[in-house]
Write a protein that binds this ligand. Sequence first.
Ligand SMILES: Cc1cc2nc3c(=O)[nH]c(=O)nc-3n(C[C@H](O)[C@H](O)[C@H](O)COP(=O)(O)O)c2cc1C
Ligand code: SF4
Length: 719
Amino acid sequence: MSLIKSLMGRRQFLIAAGAASSSALAYKRLAGVIDPSLNAGNAMPAERSGAAADVVTNKYPHLLSHLKVRNRILKNRIMHTPSPPHALQGPENFPADSYRAHYSQMAKNAAIVTIVEHFGQYPKTWSQSDTASGMEHYSDSIWEDIPPVHNYLQQMVEEIHCEGSLVSVGKLQSSTVEEAVKKAKQWEDRGYDVIEVGERSWSGIEAVKADLDKLEAVRKATDLIIEAVILPCTPGRSRGPSMGMGGGGMPSGRGEGMPSGAQGGQMPSGGMSVQAQAGRGSGMPAGGGIPLTSTYSDATGPEMEEVLEMVRLIDGLADILRMKDVGHCTNHPNSFVMEKDKPLTLAFAQAIKESGAKIITAPNGGFHYPELNDEWIASGKTDMVAMATPLFADPEYVRKLYEGRAEDIVPCVMCHDCHGVSRTSGPWFDVCKVNPTWGLSETKKRSIRPPTSVKKVAVIGGGPSGMKAAITAAERGHKVTLYEKGDALGGLLRHTDYTKWKWSYKDYKDYLVTQVKKAGIEVKLNTPATPEMIRQKGFDTVLVAIGADPAVSRIQGADGKNVYNIMDAYSKMKSLGKNVVIIGAGVYGTETAICLAKDGYKITIITSEKQLIPNEAIGPHNMENQLDISQNHPNISRELEAVVTGISDGKVTYRDAAGNEKSVKADSVVIYAGLKAKMDEAAEFSGSAGQVLLLGDCTGQGGTLQKTIRSAFFVASQV
Ligand SMILES: Cc1cc2nc3c(=O)[nH]c(=O)nc-3n(C[C@H](O)[C@H](O)[C@H](O)COP(=O)(O)O)c2cc1C
Ligand code: SF4
C-alpha cells in the first residue's frame, strides 16, 4: 500500500474511532496514542512531516537479505538467541501472556526465534524456605510431559510463524540415536523448524564425535534445520599462563588502551583464581584491555583450532552454528569487556568462513549495531548475526532498518537488567533500562491514555530523564521547550563523553540528544529555569527533571585542591595524578575505578562496606564483569570495611577493617558519597503552571537510569 493510501486509511480509522481533529497536525500527532501500533514516535519521518515519502532504499542490504537454509528461506540474517525473560513467566505450566507477547515482538525482527521451555513439570516443586528465590519455578524441567500446555505452546509458535519467522526449540537431549530421531520427528510434527542437536556446549572434539550419529540420523529423518552450538573460548583465555600476567602483556602505563591480539582486543590472561564477590567464580583481567574471565567452571570452551576441527566434523550435518563466548561473564559482554566493533566471537566466525566451511555462522554476544552487522556479512566474516538484548531495547529494530533510520534505534546499554533485577533476594522482576514499556503487561501498556489537547510543555533539566520526558511529550503532540542550565544535554550521563569504557551508555546518551533534536523540541542551553520565570511564560505543564548532584563529603580535607567529585573525575581526568584514591564504591565508584585503571591510573578504592557493589545491585551477569575486573585488575587495590579519617599531604588516612591506622599515597582523591536528589529545588516549581509533575531522580525515587527513564516515560505520558 502506498504511504498516501496508508495515511488515508489511518485518517479513516481515526475518524471511525472518533479521533479526527480539525487540525491535521494534531490528528496525526494524537494518532500515536490512540493505538500503540500507530505510535507517532514510530512513524516514518515523512509521515511525521505529512510529506509523501520517496521510495526508501534498503540501507542494510546484507543484514536484511534472505538466506536459504535446507528447505526454508530466512527472512533476514538475524537469529534471536535463547533469552527467556524469566520473571515474565510465573509458575504456570504454559507460556504466560506477556511471555508470548515478548516472543511475538522478537518475531517481528528475527528470522529465527529461539523459545525456551520454562514451563515446569507437573506437579511443580518449589522451595518453601524463607531464603528461596521468588523465581525458582523457571528452572523446572521441561514442559512436554504436560499435555494441557501444548495448545498454549502451539499458540505461541503460531504467533511467531505468522510474522514469517522460524521457531528454534532448543536442544534435543537424548541418549540414543533412536530416541533422538523419535523426539525430532515429534517436534517437527508440532511445527518447530530448528532444533539444536548436541550437548549445550561441546566441550571438545570427542563430545562432537559422540553426537555425530545423532546429527546424521535426525538430518535424514526430518526436514528440520539443525543448529549446532559451540561456546568457544576467546584465544588464550582459559589456557593461558597460570599467573595471568603473561601472554598478551599487561599494560605498562596510562592510556595503553586495548592490547593487540586476536580480534584486535583479546589477550591471554591465565588463571589466577579469586573468589568473586558475587560468590560466583572469578577471572583475570586483561589490564588495559579486555578483562578475561578465566576460572569459571564453564570457561573451558574450545579455542580456535579446536573450533575449526569441530566445524570440519559437523559441516554438512548441521546447518547453522551459533556461538557465544564461553566465559560466564563474557558471554554477556558489556563495554568493559568488549570493544564496540569487536564482539568476542566474530574472529571465530571469520576463521570458519575463511576455512571454506559451508555451515552458516551465527555468532552472538554484542552484535548490536546494524552498520557493523551489515558490514560483517557483506565482507564475508559471517553469514548471520545472533542477538537478544538489542531486540528487547528496541522491538522496532528491523522495522526502523527497513525505514532507513538506524539512528532511531534505541541502543541497548548491555546492563542485563532484563535478565532479572535480582535472582536471589529480589525484587523478582525484569525491566529494560532503556525501554520503559518492556516487560509490562499489555493491560498496563493500554492504560496509557491519549492526550486530550495539544499543550505547551516546559521540561526542566536536560539529563536522561528530562530528555526522555521531552521526547515522550513531543511524540504525544505537545509543544515542548527543554531548559538545561549547563552547556550541553546529558546530565550525569555526560561522564561517558570522557571515557572509552562506557561506550554503550554514551551511545544511549547520544541517541537521546539526537531524538530531542529530531522531535522538534526547543532546547534552551545555559538557561537555569526558575519557578518564577517558568510561571511568567505561561506553560500548561511543567515537567521537573532536575535530577541529583554528587553528595558533598564531610571527610576532613574533602575540600582540598586535589579532591574531585565523581563527575569531575571524568571531565577533569587529565589533571589527575598517577595514584588515585577513590573513597566510596558502589556501582558508580567501582565503574569509575575500572575506567581509570584501564587508562593506566593506579587506583585504591576505600569503602566502609563489606563489598564494592551491594548485593541488591548485582543482577545476573553485568555486574559480575565489573566485579571480576575490580578484583583482578593489577591497577586496582581495595580496602573494604575501612573508615577514612582524613585527606592531606598527598595521602589518605584510614582505619582498616582490623582497626589499624593506615595511609595510602594519593596524588588525587575522588569522592563518591552517593547522589543527593534535588527534591527541595524540584518542589519549588509547584504552582508554576496548571500541571506540574516531578520525575526521575529529583523525586527521591530514582537512583538508577532504568528508574528515571521509566519514570520520565510514564509521567510524560500523563500529559
Ligand atoms: C533475559 C535473558 C535470558 C537469557 N537466558 C539465556 C539462556 O537461558 N540460555 C542461554 O544460552 N543464553 C541466555 N541468554 C543470553 C543470550 O542468549 C545472549 O547470548 C546474550 O544476551 C548476549 O547476546 P546479546 O548481546 O545479543 O544480548 C539470556 C539473555 C537474556 C537477556
Ligand atoms: S538495555 Fe539492559 S535491560 Fe535493556 S535490553 Fe539492553 S541489557 Fe537488557
